[in-house]
Design a protein around this ligand. Structure first.
Ligand code: AMP
Length: 210
């Protein structure tokens, strides 16, 4: 306890959790555990977990707790997470938070705040590279439209990054994830960070509260 750094990045879809988690990983050598990335990899691989999860993800719903909790346990046991970890997109429900707290110590929860009025444009403009690099058609476009700067691969849009799916994802956030933030607030470990602005500016705000 205490030796292993445990951070949670929490916030609405499109708040920049993934972007900021990658930076923290690179600077501090912590594992970046994104349950969304792990689930998308399972869907792409056509595994049993992927087949079970796909329908929920396509609808902008949440994957059942038992599946996600198992996935997270495996990731926490991996060698990259030995020195510490950054959770991105987990926990999203109270049962997930309870399972997490029973397994590991969490030092800090960084609540990245972005007004809902900005979320739709952020999400619908998002483009992904199969290699994991993320772009935005307006805010961080690739040098050549539709092509990853780093790997040259064709960019794609997540199937749940549409205006109508955003609404159900935001309502899940309000119903299921707000209480998770409240749970950690009552433990006194939540720090709120303004998520509006350039990724560099937001990252500087995160470093200031770490
Ligand atoms: P994300 O990449 O974090 O936006 O996650 C993409 C989708 O994967 C979500 O909309 C959910 O359907 C599913 N998902 C990711 N993490 C979780 C979680 N902790 N609990 C339930 N579903 C999740």
């Amino acid at each position: 306890m205490g030796e292993r750094k445990g951070l949670i990045l929490i916030g609405a879809p499109g708040s920049g959790k993934g972007t900021q988690a990658k930076r923290l990983k690179d600077q501090f050598g912590l594992a970046h555990i994104s349950t969304g990335d792990l689930l998308r990899a399972a869907v792409a691989a056509g595994s049993e977990l992927g087949r079970k999860a796909k329908g929920y993800m396509d609808e902008g719903g949440l994957v059942p707790d038992s599946l996600v909790i198992d996935l997270l346990r495996l990731a926490l046991d991996g060698p990259e997470a030995a020195a510490g970890f950054i959770l991105d997109g987990f926990p999203r429900t109270l049962p997930q938070a309870e399972a997490l707290d029973a397994a590991v110590a969490i030092d800090k929860v960084i609540d990245i705040q972005v007004p809902f009025s900005l979320i739709e444009e952020r999400i619908t403009g998002r483009r992904m590279s199969p290699s994991g690099h993320v772009y935005h058609v307006k805010y961080s476009p690739p040098k050549v439209e539709g092509v990853c700067d780093v790997t040259g691969e064709a960019l794609y849009q997540r199937s749940d990054d549409t205006a109508e799916k955003v609404r159900s994802r935001l309502s899940k956030f309000e119903q299921e994830t707000r209480p998770v933030i409240a749970r950690y607030q009552s433990k006194g470990i939540v720090v709120a960070v303004d998520g509006v602005g350039e990724p560099d500016e937001v990252y500087a705000r995160i470093l200031a509260v770490l």
